[in-house]
Design a protein around this ligand. Sequence first.
Ligand SMILES: NC(=O)c1ccc[n+]([C@@H]2O[C@H](COP(=O)([O-])OP(=O)(O)OC[C@H]3O[C@@H](n4cnc5c(N)ncnc54)[C@H](O)[C@@H]3O)[C@@H](O)[C@H]2O)c1
Length: 252
Amino acid sequence: MDLKDKVVVITGGAGGLGYAMAENLAAAGAKLALIDVDQEKLEKACANLGATTEVQGYALDITDEEDVFSGFQFIKEDFGQVNVLINNAGILRDGLMLKAKEGQVIDRMSYDQFQSVINVNLTGTFLCGREAAAAMIETGQEGVIINISSLAKAGNMGQSNYSASKAGVAAMSVGWAKELARHNIRSAAVAPGVIETEMTAAMKPEALERLEKMVPVGRLGQAEEIASTIRFIIENDYVNGRVFEIDGGIRL
Ligand SMILES: NC(=O)c1ccc[n+]([C@@H]2O[C@H](COP(=O)([O-])OP(=O)(O)OC[C@H]3O[C@@H](n4cnc5c(N)ncnc54)[C@H](O)[C@@H]3O)[C@@H](O)[C@H]2O)c1
């Protein structure tokens, strides 16, 4: 797909990796519809990106079915079409499933801690994927849907909720690739390793060094390296139903 004048929706587009994707795709000529729950951050992002392309922000929570439905109706009204969805919004609420000491269970991951991550990362991705595909079909557009998974999809200690959600979004992309190809919609996923973000910048230098040593290439990834993968997937029409692991070779 040639990105020039295509309409790209990015969830969680106000910051972090989502913003880096927005910058990259705007430079390729795409128009942007950014969805984020953080209205203030969203306004700033739109103001910055507005210098490069047409951009609109939609402040909504992707776990809310009605919000997502009406959000995509607004995007259709504002832009007249939807071509790409990047399901990037995600949260972490790490913790062990159980903590035990001397044969006694002293703590459990709560239902809410588990479910809140599933709600955003998995259910939110499903809801946005469904409405984006509907908008693509109804406006007769070719489409691409990309879900952001994670290295943690392999299963990570302390991440029952996150790992399950990220394995789920990878699997959904493969299913959607098969289901939606007949409507001229492709789907894929990107599973980043550890990427340099505000969170990693705030880590202690010793902890950061330990983390970097775990990566065969000897460094953390850059947001731009994820953004350029997204662009490759969109631009290459033969990519479908695959999960791209962009992680410097690290394995859990
Ligand atoms: N940063 C990494 O190293 C890394 C590694 C692997 C995977 N990922 C995945 O990449 C994606 C982006 O990560 P990031 O590091 O940029 O995170 P981030 O926290 O910087 O950005 C996530 C964005 O999503 C938004 N968001 C959260 N919940 C939302 C909701 N319910 N509705 C709408 N928007 C919501 C937040 O406001 C935020 O702007 C996530 O899915 C994350 O799991 C990140």
